[in-house]
Write a protein that binds this ligand. Structure first.
Ligand code: AMP
Ligand code: GLY
Length: 431
């Protein structure tokens, strides 16, 4: 098959790494890709959101399957465009991608199809929102921008003053632009967080292995939220019983609900969850692989990924068996630029990557990297690299990932030292 992968992050490098190893992969292009994907196929200098040029390229090159990594082109309708052009694509239509692009829409779907989630109210105007915050509201509560705000549109508020500030910033000052012109005020849910992923063609679903993101910048879950500073798989806080509940109460009714409403979902459904005392509840849905969750999942996936991607696109998932997984745990540690998730410099030389022996058990996935005029690898984004390792057990996977991470140097390099540590305590508690 001739494959075009869309995107340029660590997630896409991990997908490219997995796809390139498929015996069915004849050619692989990545648009626009990064220096990591360039080593696995050919990068095409087309931005992920240039729907016209991506569609034209796929047609010219007789691409058999387009795999879309990030949410922006999905929300903009890339898959619809490709389908109109007769090109198979992995990823949801714009109508189904609204599940991530609009939190207000997502909530409506959840409520209509009785999927457990936090109770909420939606506001477009400041005054009624403030009356609620000063009247019936219970604290803490959560204020959210409804639209895509790059993971930054969520504020947890301890009291009415903080909530008023958050709502005013979104509705009046427009800090998140259009994305924040509608806000949700949500009940605060207690419990550990978990992410759940399932492949689906809109009818059949195949849940993937469990994993856990580490969203905050600093050790111990302190500091600002980021796109994700590291991940582990499996996630020991998610029992088999919880997995069954997630599948039955959350993933299946959501997929079937969307289908019922004429928004058939094909691609990967990513549920952000809280494991509350009353069972798993949805925080949000995403319509793509998580980054860096994808990196640990791809390391552990033993089966060929390509047949699954193709079957999701073509509506043939029912014909496939569940994939095989490496039983060993995987850990990924993100190396970020100094200053991330705020302002950070770019163009800083990255040293030591060449000396690392990469293979089945260790991969350094590239994200915010580029090559300068002399061909040297330099930083180009907030999250720069995701050092990913498998180990016989979690301590060994952590040791391998951190040993490799420590050999990579660039000025300002920022990482968490505790990826997987909370999971280790959970495991020790269970032993
Ligand atoms: P979201 O982008 O909606 O996943 O929110 C980002 C983060 O905010 C989540 O990962 C949670 O840590 C936190 N959060 C969001 N909504 C809630 C909620 N209703 N209760 C507790 N924490 C929340
Ligand atoms: N790591 C969380 C995300 O990709 O949204």
């Amino acid at each position: 098959m001739r494959i075009l992968l869309v995107g340029s992050g660590g997630r896409e490098h991990a997908l490219a790494w997995k796809i390139a190893r498929s015996p069915d992969c004849e050619r692989l292009w990545t648009a626009p890709g990064n220096p990591g994907t360039a080593e696995l196929g050919e990068n095409v200098p087309i931005p992920a959101t240039d729907l016209d040029r991506i569609t034209a390229f796929a047609r010219e090159q007789k691409v058999d399957l387009v795999v879309v990594g990030p949410e922006d082109p999905l929300a903009a309708g890339l898959v619809d465009r490709l389908q109109e052009a007769g090109i198979a694509a992995f990823g949801p239509s714009a109508a189904a991608a609204e599940l991530e692009a609009s939190k207000a829409f997502c909530k409506e779907i959840l409520v209509r199809h009785r999927v457990p989630t936090a109770s909420y109210r939606v506001y477009k105007d400041l005054n009624p929102a403030v009356s609620y915050l000063e009247g019936g509201a219970r604290y803490p509560l959560v204020v959210k921008a409804s639209g895509l705000a790059a993971g930054k549109g969520v504020v947890i508020c301890e009291d009415a003053a903080a909530a008023r500030r958050a709502v005013r910033a979104m509705l009046e000052d427009g800090v998140h632009g259009e994305a924040g012109r509608t806000v949700l005020i949500e009940e605060f849910l207690q419990g550990p967080e978990a992410s759940a992923f399932a492949l689906t063609d809109g009818r059949t679903i195949i849940p993937l292995e469990t994993c856990q993101d580490h969203k905050q910048l600093l050790d111990g879950g302190r500091g600002p939220n980021t796109g994700g500073m590291g991940a582990i798989s499996p996630n020991p806080t998610v029992s088999q019983r919880t997995r069954d509940a997630i599948e039955r109460q959350i993933l299946l009714p959501t997929v079937h609900g969307l289908n019922h409403e004429g928004r058939r979902f094909r691609g990967i459904l990513f549920a952000g969850l809280k494991l509350t005392p009353a069972g798993p509840k949805v925080l949000e849905f995403n319509v793509r692989f998580g980054d860096p969750e994808c990196q640990v999942l791809m390391m552990r996936l033993r089966s060929d990924l390509l047949p699954y991607l193709r079957a999701c696109a073509l509506g043939e998932l029912e014909e496939l068996e569940a994939p095989e997984w490496d039983l060993r745990p995987a850990v990924t540690v993100v190396l970020a630029s100094g200053g991330y998730p705020g302002e950070y410099p770019k163009g800083i030389p990255i040293q030591g990557l060449d000396e690392i022996e990469q293979g089945e058990d260790l991969q350094v996935f590239q994200a915010g990297t580029t090559r300068d005029g002399d061909g040297r690898l330099v930083t180009a984004g907030g999250r720069v690299l995701a050092v990913t390792a498998l180990g016989e057990d979690l301590p060994q996977a952590r040791e391998r990932a951190y040993a490799a991470a420590d050999r990579i140097r660039f000025e300002g390099r920022t990482l968490r030292r505790d990826i997987g540590r909370a999971a280790l305590s959970t495991l020790e508690g269970m032993a």
